[in-house]
Design a protein around this ligand. Structure first.
Ligand code: UD1
Length: 421
């Protein structure tokens, strides 16, 4: 397994380009299952998860053509199997996103049931309950979700999501585009990635309104057509580099991003002492060489502070001036990075779903192990502010969600290199 070796102490300074959003690209790729025409998706990030989704579509018999300019053309008319096998689903939970569109368009779908993962049990009961309410017959057998519509179209329904779920909202929104009648999703996720998917579906001919609010209305149509769509910038990648720069007391500019979808993170960075400037598609951060101040925060669905940025901000707080608390309300077990950071000399205590922290002036390098995607990013940030060398093991997690992370960090002045296995 590859490792990353980081020699801490360098301030991050310079400019980088932000890639397309992974969590937007994945549902948009799944949406290509809703039409037999070609869907051309641009600004795709170069990531393992994207390759996994292409592989998943490929094993159903769907042809994709990957272009040179981060484009992919997906043509689902060649579909032969309506099955997402366990081998792929276990490497990427977002594979569940093929369930709604496949069932709605082709009337049947078999998708391996995703298991728990490093950050919690992560059930998909709300996806299944909503599809059942739309008339799907679903059984879970031998580790697979087996769904069909008895040769009928799904029926529009009034759906109340007990918990705000991002992929759940996306799955049902996609399924509803080809259902008969109207579907209303209440307590829908308001994440920008849900909005991006809705915009793509609308470009395919779907009748959707209310995306970005807690109530999304979809009037089913008989068919959708192909389209060309550019994936929006990745807000989590954007935030991760800004936090890394703040932790190293640096000054960076991130380009090809969208400041308006990062308000909660930018305001926390300002509270930590960063000077933030924004343009239409860029953000600059300048710490003026100062140590960050401690910032307490609570994660919650958008527009609140994102759980996908909790680990990275914990790394910042670990070396900040002062003390505070971080509360995680979205996932029950998203604190695996805490124990690794404590091995690097941090002062972090987990109490239930809260971390009580006291910032220390610097961390000390250690061999550490990444347990999930965002935890990996946080350990890299911790490594950047160490006095000595840190080796981050199990780095395959990072390649699922961060494009060329060591090259981007190197270009900002970090001393980081990959040790191939
Ligand atoms: C998506 C993101 C992930 C992010 C998360 C929360 C993608 C591909 N992934 O994951 O990066 O961390 O949103 O912003 O977009 N839940 C249930 N039953 C369900 C569905 C969810 O109990 O049927 C619970 C989950 O266990 C969790 C909470 O709801 O506690 C939110 O999860 P959800 O929004 O569904 O996360 P994902 O969509 O899997």
């Amino acid at each position: 397994m590859d490792k990353l070796v980081i020699q801490g102490g360098a301030q991050l300074n310079g400019e980088i380009r932000i890639a397309g959003a992974k969590n937007s690209a994945l549902p948009i790729m799944a949406a290509a299952l809703l039409t037999r025409d070609v869907v051309t998706i641009g600004n795709l990030p170069h990531l393992f998860d994207i390759t996994t989704m292409l592989e998943l579509l490929g094993c159903m018999g769907i042809e994709s053509v990957v272009g040179e300019k981060l484009n992919v053309e997906i043509n689902s008319s060649t579909i032969k199997r309506f099955n997402a096998p366990y081998d792929l689903v276990k490497t990427m939970r977002a594979s569940i996103l093929v369930l709604g569109p496949m069932l709605s368009h082709y009337g049947e779908a078999e998708v391996a049931l995703p298991g728990g993962c490093a950050i919690g049990s992560r059930p998909v009961n709300l996806h299944l309950a909503a599809l059942k309410k739309m008339g799907a017959k679903i059984i879970v057998e031998n580790g697979y979700i087996k769904a069909n519509t008895n040769g009928q179209r799904l029926k529009g329904a009034h759906i109340f999501m007990d918990i705000v779920t991002v992929t759940g909202t996306e799955n049902i929104m996609m399924a509803a585009t080809l259902a008969t009648g109207q579907t209303i999703i209440e307590n829908a996720a308001r994440e920008p990635e849900v909005v991006d998917l809705a915009l793509c579906l609308r470009a395919m001919g779907a009748d959707i309104s209310g995306e970005g609010s807690a109530t999304i209305t979809i009037n089913g149509v008989e068919r959708l057509h192909g389209c060309q769509y550019q994936v929006m910038p990745d807000r989590i990648e954007t935030g991760t580099y800004l936090i890394a720069a703040a932790a190293t007391r640096g000054r960076i500019k991130v380009k090809d991003t969208r400041p308006s979808i990062l308000e909660s993170v930018l305001s926390k960075l300002e509270e930590a002492g960063a000077q933030i400037d924004i343009g239409e598609n860029w953000i600059s951060l300048d710490m003026h060489g100062q140590r960050p101040r401690a910032v307490s925060l609570t994660t919650a669905p958008y527009p609140a502070f994102p759980t996908d940025m909790q680990a990275q901000f914990t790394a910042l707080n670990a070396i900040a001036d002062g003390s505070g608390s971080i509360t995680e309300t979205v996932f029950e077990n998203r604190f695996m990075h805490i124990h690794e950071m404590n091995r690097m000399g941090a002062d972090l205590k987990v109490e239930g779903n809260t971390v009580i922290f006291r910032g220390v002036p610097f961390l000390k390098g250690a061999p550490v192990m990444a347990t999930d995607l965002r935890a990996s990013a946080s350990l890299i940030i911790a490594g950047l502010v160490c006095e000595s060398e840190t080796v981050v093991d199990r780095i395959y997690h990072i390649d699922r969600g961060y494009e060329c992370i060591e090259e981007k960090l190197q270009s900002l002045g970090a001393k980081i290199r990959r040790l191939p296995s």
